[in-house]
Design a protein around this ligand. Structure first.
Ligand SMILES: [Zn+2]
Length: 382
């Protein structure tokens, strides 16, 4: 794995902080595959394939079968169906928090997401978990167009109560915040319905900390001004007191102009996978996207394996070059796993992967961990 022996030694010599903050994790990608299987069997979900091995094989996101974001996201419908309803959401949130705390700092070695026997390098003590409650109502294939079997209020309440229980159980050693994702693949009406729910629940539950825009960029690139306006209405409708991050610029469906206009319209303080901005500079010398990030002091959420799997970034070498460009423009960035369980990875594994290729230094890693803590939507740790 390591490019040379010096890098291997340097990795061993890193002085890790005791705890870390992870900002970009989807609930759908956070339940280890074997646990997802258990939930599906318990609840009698149909269409699990020809048994456990086939289920694992189908859901695992690996480079042999995936080359685009659309292919990467294909499996989410199935996961969201398994996680539908208040009971499954509650269980999934509890498992996701445990996974972060116990395995976030370990180097993953097992096929089903089992961690190594060695001590964790650090503990995830602050976690931002994002999901779309409308896609947990049991009608995920309808993309929120029709109500599903389950009540969305019960789903939000189940997630919030799972967080409260974990907070008590862990004696505050892991703090979790919820981000709600609007869908590029959902209708305006469905996103509005979700925004109204978020506004109401935000007044009741302090664990709700932010908003996100997710889903395939091919469904709605927001290149059309009227679409951007509609999305702005949705974000505004959800309420003014929530942090804003958006997935934007991960695929060729979002060009640099659309990237800039989307950021200017939705005014996020963080963006996920802003690849088009950094690629436009590296390949064409166009720094317009990076300047917008720089001027607005926007933090970039980077997810190494996920970006490689979707083909957003073609190699670890390219990734390393992008990191240096962000530094050149003094644009803050953080590292996260995106979907640790579906990719069978952890934050520690992601950092090791990039470090082993020579794509990042110890100083850059430690700075990124500090940035994550500072740019979190969670209230400052007491
Ligand atoms: Zn994501």
């Amino acid at each position: 794995m390591f490019k040379n022996e010096e890098l291997q030694k340097a990795w061993r010599d890193i002085t890790w902080p005791k705890s870390a903050t992870e900002l970009h994790v989807h609930l759908g990608g956070s339940v280890p595959l074997y646990r997802l299987w258990e939930i599906a069997v318990t609840r009698g979900i149909r269409g699990l394939g020809n048994g456990y091995e086939e289920f694992i094989d189908t859901l695992k996101r690996d480079g042999d079968r995936i080359s685009s974001l659309d292919e990467y996201l294909e499996i989410y419908d199935r996961v969201e169906l398994i996680q539908s309803g208040p009971h499954a959401v509650r269980e999934s949130v509890i498992i996701a928090i445990h996974r972060a705390y116990l395995d976030g700092g370990t180097l993953i070695t097992g096929q089903g997401g089992e961690h190594s026997q060695t001590a964790p390098l650090f503990t995830i003590s602050r976690l931002e978990l994002r999901f779309n409650p409308l896609k947990r109502t049991g009608a995920v294939f309808l993309k929120g167009e029709h109500a599903g079997l389950y009540d969305v209020d019960r789903i939000i309440q189940a997630a919030a109560s799972a967080i409260a229980d974990c907070q008590l159980g862990f004696k505050g050693k892991i703090q979790t915040g919820l981000l709600f994702c609007f869908g590029r693949d959902m209708t305006h009406e469905a996103n509005c319905a979700l925004a109204k729910k978020v506004r109401v629940w935000n007044e009741k539950e302090s664990c709700i900390v932010g908003l996100d825009l997710a889903g395939p960029e091919s469904s709605n690139s927001l290149s059309d001004q009227s679409e951007r306006k509609k999305m702005q209405e949705i974000f505004d409708l959800a309420g003014p007191n929530l942090g804003r991050t958006i997935h934007v610029g991960e695929t060729p469906h979002v060009d640099l102009d659309t990237f800039i206009k989307t950021v200017e319209t939705l005014e996020p303080s963080r963006v996920a996978h802003p690849i088009v901005a950094v690629r436009s500079y590296r390949e064409k010398g166009n720094a317009d996207g990076l300047k917008v990030l720089q001027e607005r002091k926007i933090t970039c959420e980077l997810c190494v394996q996920s970006n490689l799997l979707t083909g957003a970034v073609s190699s670890l070498e390219e990734y390393g070059a992008y990191i240096d460009i962000f530094d050149e423009f003094e644009i803050p960035y953080t590292f996260s796993t995106d979907a640790p369980s579906l990719q069978v990875t952890s934050l520690a594994s992601e950092l090791q992967l990039l470090f082993a290729s020579g794509g990042i230094t110890e100083e850059q890693i430690l700075r990124a961990l500090q940035v994550a803590e500072k740019s979190s939507f969670l209230p400052a740790a007491s």
